[in-house]
Write a protein that binds this ligand. Structure first.
Ligand code: MSP
Length: 644
């Protein structure tokens, strides 16, 4: 047995939100790889947990009338409960409010401050008083707070900085030596080009709120939540609490994260580690984001997928299977109930379920449910079959080691197809009729062996289902105590008693399931949602009055060079003067027919540049089915007249 180690982590989840599909995704992915390496005989350490400090948590707690610690204590239970339901086999659960972690963060802080990698400076940024948050200019939306939309003001704050700039070259050297450090490869390119553009020192302390680990040398500051959070991976591995464990498991072999937090993990994190004298992790894999039925998952849309619901309705393993099979790991994907049901019925009920049922039924029919006696060496057909199965199993292992879950599952399902083809080709029913009992024994024996191999393969993905399959082929012990060294043909003993085939999964009635789903969304909520949707489109008179609509006379019109859509118009807007506007009407009007027309324009629109020409307003036109007509005024009226 190999005596290697594997350390895998999930991000630690903020406790300002309850767990949803996105959180379950990374955690299940980490669980699968942890179970896989255990089955390979590795010493595995799998860490997950919660990120409990920071302004977001402080704010969420305040809104609920709780202290941040009370909120954390409440929400953490939701995560722990869900991980239990999802059969997550984490070896530890870290909370950043634990003493063991605060100690590590403060120790490291002191070390870096002494070294000069942390220094006191001044942070200048845009501050939103309402949200009590500093925002970098790049995150403002139309110059306003991206959270609440209010005005922000430029403020200075005393802050500690991490000397990230000093690590630019070291990082680039590290990436060069470890080109697979970030996966998928396109994400590695993103990271490298970001670092090449130049790294600035980053602010890593705050004085505007207090929910965090105090800076040990200056407690009026709290440590920035990311500096605190990232070091969870070090605390969890035993630093300052279990040095032997730490020596065994650090560096982490795989940090699984979502694409939105890549920069923190692929740039800041290795730089922090280099500064503190630790080896950087071996791999950071950034997966994509889930949308739900084509829309971004959001509380206001009430489309947040609660894994609890799916687990209760369809079982835990189909959920684990679906999320890793449906979307290539690394890409964005869409969760739809219909797709879930399709995969359930076709992959689990038809392919997997039928193979087992079919094979075991034949074992019962022809050999009374006993593994048939197998004698002699395999014939060529059988040899080829066995080789193909084992080759696919190797492919499965390579895929999972490359963190390509969907491909790993495809390899396993290829084994299922090989077995189904093998049944059809060897036609056991004819062998029986022709009394070719030795060949019949071999076919059935190989099928049972294939089922055993498939059970071992799917174990990391579907631990409960693999155990049930295990028991169907007559084992009474735990499948998790077996390793991939047992993946070969000829191991199961002849004479073993099989169990009567039972359905692994009951087919879902798609129509009924989708109709039930409709019912589950409570009607009043749906009503409210409709109301909300339509309300979004309603504006009041004051909002309408903000739009300055005027009559304007077209003086001149000419085509915009190199554009087949745009016409540049010179218009007279009475007391507002002459203006230039650019309009996308060239496919519907020729410049010659426009001068003299009295049109309607929005006169107080923020100017915009189109093909290098500044457009100082917008004309109104009606369009439908590719047709477009300008709004013009009936009869004569002065240019500049207001429209109300
Ligand atoms: N606390 C930080 C992580 C610190 S790690 C040292 C954090 N927490 S989070 O709770 O906001 O997000 C945790 C993870 O959930 C991220 O990896 C994020 O990508 C993932 N997801 C959140 N919504 C998601 C989807 N809709 N789809 C897939 N994953 C998504 O960030």
């Amino acid at each position: 047995m190999e005596n290697k180690k594997f350390y895998v982590t999930t991000p630690i989840y903020y406790v300002n939100d309850v767990p949803h599909l996105g959180h379950a995704y990374t955690t299940v992915a980490a669980d699968v790889i942890a179970r896989y390496y255990r089955t390979k005989g590795y010493r595995v350490f799998f860490l997950t947990g919660t990120d409990e400090h920071g302004q977001k948590v402080e704010k969420a707690a305040k809104e609920k009338g709780l202290t941040p610690q009370q909120l954390a204590d409440k929400v953490v239970v939701r995560f722990i409960d869900l991980w239990k339901k999802l059969n997550i086999s984490n070896d530890d659960f870290i909370r950043t409010t634990q003493e063991r972690h605060e100690k590590v963060v403060q120790e490291i802080w002191k070390k870096l401050e002494e070294k000069g990698d942390i220094y006191l400076g001044e942070y200048e940024g845009w501050y939103c008083i309402h949200c009590e948050t500093f925002w970098p200019e790049s995150q403002l939306v139309d110059g306003k707070c991206p959270d609440c939309g209010r005005e922000v003001q430029k403020l200075k704050e005393e802050s500690y900085f991490f000397r990230l700039s000093a690590y630019q070259d070291k990082l680039l050297e590290f990436y060069e030596k470890h080109p697979d450090f970030v996966q998928p490869p396109n994400r590695m390119n993103e990271v490298v080009s970001f670092v090449k553009q130049g790294l600035k020192d980053i602010s890593i302390s705050r004085t505007t709120f207090s929910w965090g680990i105090p800076v040990p040398t200056n407690p009026k500051h709290v440590i920035y939540v990311w500096f605190d959070a990232l070091f969870n991976y070090i605390t969890g591995a035993g630093y300052l609490s279990d040095e032997e464990k730490f020596r065994t498991f650090w560096p982490a072999d795989l940090h699984l994260i979502g694409k939105d937090i890549l920069r923190f993990h692929a740039i800041y994190w290795p730089a922090f580690l280099m500064a503190a004298g630790f080896e950087p992790p071996r791999k950071v894999f950034a997966h994509g984001w889930w949308t739900v039925e084509g829309k971004k998952m959001s509380k206001s849309l009430r489309n947040v997928v609660d894994p609890n619901f799916l687990i209760e309705k369809y079982g835990v393993d189909p959920f684990r299977y679906f999320i890793l099979r449906e979307v290539p790991f690394g890409l964005d994907g869409d969760f739809s109930h219909r797709a879930f049901i399709h995969r359930f019925n076709s992959d689990l009920v038809n392919d997997l379920g039928n193979l087992i049922k079919r094979s075991l039924s034949m074992a019962f029919k022809y050999f009374s449910g006993i593994v048939p006696d197998y004698s002699g060496s395999p014939d060529p057909e059988e040899k080829e079959y066995r080789e193909n199965v084992l080759e696919k199993f190797n492919e499965f292992q390579k895929n999972i080691e490359n963190v390509a879950y969907h491909k790993a599952l495809v390899s396993l399902w290829d084994i299922i197809s090989l077995a189904n083809v093998y049944i059809d080709r060897s036609a056991p029913w004819n062998l029986k009729k022709e009394n070719k009992i030795e060949k019949l024994s071999r076919v059935i024996f190989d099928l049972i062996e294939t089922i055993r191999i498939v059970a071992l393969g799917i174990y990391p993905f579907m631990p409960e289902t693999s155990q049930r399959i295990w028991e169907q082929i007559g084992y009474t012990d735990k499948i998790e105590n077996h390793t991939y060294e047992e993946v070969s043909f000829g191991r199961i003993e002849a004479g073993r008693k099989l169990n009567k085939p039972a359905n692994l999964f009951e087919r879902i009635d798609e129509k009924k399931a989708l109709a039930d789903l409709e019912k589950i969304m409570p009607a009043p909520e749906r009503e409210e949602e409709k109301k909300e949707e339509s309300m979004e489109n309603i504006i009041d008179i004051t909002q309408f009055a903000k739009v300055d609509l005027r009559v304007a006379k077209i003086i001149k019109a000419e085509k915009v060079p190199k554009s087949n859509k745009l016409i540049k118009l010179e218009i007279d807007v009475g007391e507002l003067g002459r203006r230039t506007i650019v309009a996308g009407i060239a496919k519907h009007y020729s410049p010659e027919e426009l001068p003299g027309k009295l049109i309607i324009v929005v006169a107080n629109l923020k100017p915009a540049k189109l093909m290098g020409i500044e457009s100082q307003g917008m004309l109104l036109a009606a369009s439908r089915n590719g047709k477009l007509k300008l709004l013009t005024v009936e009869g004569e009226i002065e240019p500049g007249s207001k429209i109300s």
